[in-house]
Design a protein around this ligand. Structure first.
Ligand code: IVH
Length: 664
């Protein structure tokens, strides 16, 4: 038996070593085949002798297919943010402040690091083994994502050497490289899923997947940049990072220690141009005072340490050629011009299309086809054209005509006074219809399962031409669409059926009347009580309601002045949707005698709305947990002390979805 234990230890060590060589040092020592053979041998042994298995065994890096809910963990030291600047002068100010606090004749150095654009992670190691991995969360408490982190091959599960502290924390950034990101988005597009907007979203989305097997397939990577703990060897942050590198952590070779702020500026200049060659995104650089003792002296505000600052690079701007212009119609009928560009990489994604805003923008810049244009990412998601390089203009640049007719249905476009957009007002315009149905499906609206691709499939098949048609869909029809199987068809139908219980105010919002957002819908329902009252109301009567002005009132009157819309409402009425506010009748006794504590944050309802729902259904919302509590209605970020108490008293925890199911 001892022999088997030794063999398992030896194989684990070997595999850990090769992992490190491959994923951290990029210097593999053996072939993939040899590695796979060793892995198989270890898997077989662990299966046969589970008593010798270790949660940090290299075999655990594959992850499991079991869905989990993340436990909330309090950080031992809060995960602060960093002060940031785009401005060199502010770096000099930072340096002056540091000098002022530590004293003019105290020696100090700065460590310059890349600012990785991913998602922050805190790792705790005990006796050389990964104990726990927690996301930043709100800085005080985060999600325990240890199983997911184990699948990241560049994060060591067992440390090398023996000079690490018994227990310490190391922080860093989980990232996705450009290669992995491009591949992932291509796959997503192929199966009709929404691609990720950028590698940062892809990294944080992947890390939060509920099954670790899925995370493993995302090939995440991680750089570590900050050690915390009482027994660190050195007073120098830089030296501690170099030690951590020996223990097996991926510490960037691009981290540099410099003598003064001028050294920092050289580092910035270098990376401002070189960053595009890295193969992953950075959004700036981080400057840290090297000495930990001086770091303590400088201290921190409630938000950020005073011993570090980040310098952010200006939004990345690239040039490309404007090949053609498309006009896109949105749900409201607004038509937006979109540029088709020669493909160019921008902040991690390949950009082929960019917004041109509206006709005024195009006219003011005098944009012409074949122009060389400057492209930036607006809010990092939708790229936009920000200017043109007129010096590059040749005779191939030609002005173009702004759309006069709707590109989809051919109707004449209309421009209203004071608005920059042109509108298509046709009720038969396909992208508008699809957009309206998608809005109806959305979480905040009727919360029907499926998204853009489901709506497109139902529309293209000719089954759903307006929102009322959804309530006449049959399973037989749905099954004629390729992507649906019996189970997914049932799911869609039951989700549509459930939507009949959605309260009136949400139905009113879901219908998609221009200017009637969720708040206005609530106000209308509160004051008008039923759809018939709203339909029959004159503009002046609607304007008597606080917060309803002429623009909204006219839009409502116009909407219900159209017979087609009235037909749709009537069909939905026949199918049992909620078109009245039922104050008394809404009261149920489903939760009679139950005491419910609410904790955390929720996706569909605010805490206040949940309280009202408990009330409406005969239950009692109580603030603190006691023996008498029936349920803890738990959202995200429930406090750990509450959770502990609930477990101790054996009180059932229910999620928002379970709660909604109970009351419906
Ligand atoms: S140090 C107290 N170093 O930037 C010091 N952070 O904007 C805290 N980040 O939350 C962090 N690269 O997620 C540090 N080399 C680096 C970093 C880095 C990226 C992230 C980190 C932090 C955020 C603050």
């Amino acid at each position: 038996m001892e022999q088997i234990k030794d063999k398992i230890t030896q194989l684990s060590k070997e595999l850990n070593k090769h992992n490190h060589c491959y994923y951290v040092l990029s210097e593999p020592l053996i072939s993939d085949f040899e590695y796979d053979m060793m892995m198989q041998e270890l898997q077989t042994l662990e299966k046969k002798y589970p008593e010798y298995s270790n949660p940090n065994s290299p075999t655990k890096r594959i992850g499991t297919d079991i869905n989990v809910h993340f436990k909330q963990m309090k950080h031992k030291y809060p995960m602060l943010s960093l002060g940031n600047t785009y401005n060199i002068q502010e770096l000099y100010d930072f340096d002056a402040r540091v000098k002022r606090i530590i004293g003019n004749d105290t020696d100090y150095k700065y460590v310059c690091e890349l600012k990785y654009d991913g998602t922050a992670i805190s790792l705790v190691y005990k006796n050389g083994q990964l104990l726990r991995a927690v996301t930043r969360g709100d800085g005080a408490t985060g999600d325990d994502v240890t199983d997911n982190i184990r699948t990241i091959k560049s994060i060591p599960l067992i440390l090398n050497g023996d000079d690490y502290p018994d227990e310490f924390e190391i922080r860093g950034e989980v990232i996705m490289t450009h290669d992995v990101f491009d591949k992932l988005n291509k796959e997503k597009e192929k199966i009709g899923e929404m691609p990720f907007a950028n590698p940062r979203n892809a990294a944080s989305g992947s890390l939060k997947l509920l099954n670790s097997y899925g995370v493993g397939k995302r090939s995440l990577d991680a750089f570590l940049y900050f050690l915390l703990g009482k027994n660190l060897q050195s007073d120098s942050h830089y030296s501690n990072l170099q030690l951590a590198k020996k223990w097996g952590f991926k510490i960037s070779d691009n981290t540099k220690i410099v003598d003064n702020i001028e050294g920092v500026l050289d580092f910035i200049n270098f990376w401002d141009s070189e960053r595009r060659k890295l193969g992953f995104d950075i959004d700036g650089i981080v400057i840290k005072v090297d000495s930990r003792q001086l770091q303590d002296e400088l201290g921190a505000t409630s938000k950020a340490p005073r011993w570090a600052i980040s310098y952010k690079f200006k939004a990345e701007r690239v040039v490309s050629k404007l090949l053609s212009i498309d006009f896109q119609v949105g749900r409201t009928g607004a038509v937006t011009p979109v540029a088709n560009l020669e493909p160019v990489r921008l902040s991690g994604t390949i950009v082929k299309r960019a917004s041109l805003h509206n006709a005024d923008f195009i006219a003011s810049l005098d944009v012409r086809l074949n122009d060389i244009v400057f492209v930036e990412k607006g809010g990092e998601i939708i790229p936009k054209i920000v200017g043109i390089d007129k010096t590059k203009r040749t005779e191939t640049s030609v002005p173009f005509k702004y759309a006069v007719n709707c590109p989809d249905c051919g109707s004449l476009l209309v421009r209203h006074d004071g608005e920059s957009a042109y509108y298509c007002h046709s009720l038969e315009c396909p992208p508008q219809i699809k957009g309206k149905i998608e809005h109806f499906f959305s979480k905040k609206a009727m919360n029907i399962s499926g998204g853009e691709s489901t709506v497109k499939a139902l529309f293209d098949a000719g089954f759903v031409k307006n929102i009322a048609d959804l309530y006449y869909l049959t399973k037989k029809q749905i099954l004629t669409i390729d992507r649906f199987k019996s189970k997914s068809a049932d799911n869609l139908l039951s989700s549509i059926e459930n939507s009949k219980k959605v309260p009136f105010e949400k139905v009113l919002y879901s219908i998609g009347i221009r200017y009637v957002g969720s708040t206005i819908a609530k106000i209308l329902v509160k004051n008008m009580k039923s759809i018939d009252n709203i339909i029959n109301a004159k503009s002046e009567q609607l304007q008597e309601i606080d917060e309803i002005g002429e623009r909204i009132a006219e839009s409502i009157v116009n909407f219900f002045g159209d017979k087609k819309n009235i037909d749709i409402i009537n069909k939905m009425k026949i199918n049992g949707l909620q078109f009245e506010k039922h104050e008394e009748e809404n009261q149920t006794e489903i939760l009679k005698g139950l005491k419910i504590v609410i904790s955390g944050t929720f996706k569909n309802y605010s805490r206040n709305e949940l309280k009202q729902l408990i009330d409406k259904n005969g239950g009692k919302n109580v603030s603190s947990i006691s023996k008498k509590t029936t349920y803890l209605l738990a959202g995200k970020n429930v406090g750990p002390s509450k959770l502990a108490k609930v477990k101790k008293l054996n009180i059932k925890i229910i999620s928002e979805d379970e709660f909604i199911e109970i009351i419906s």
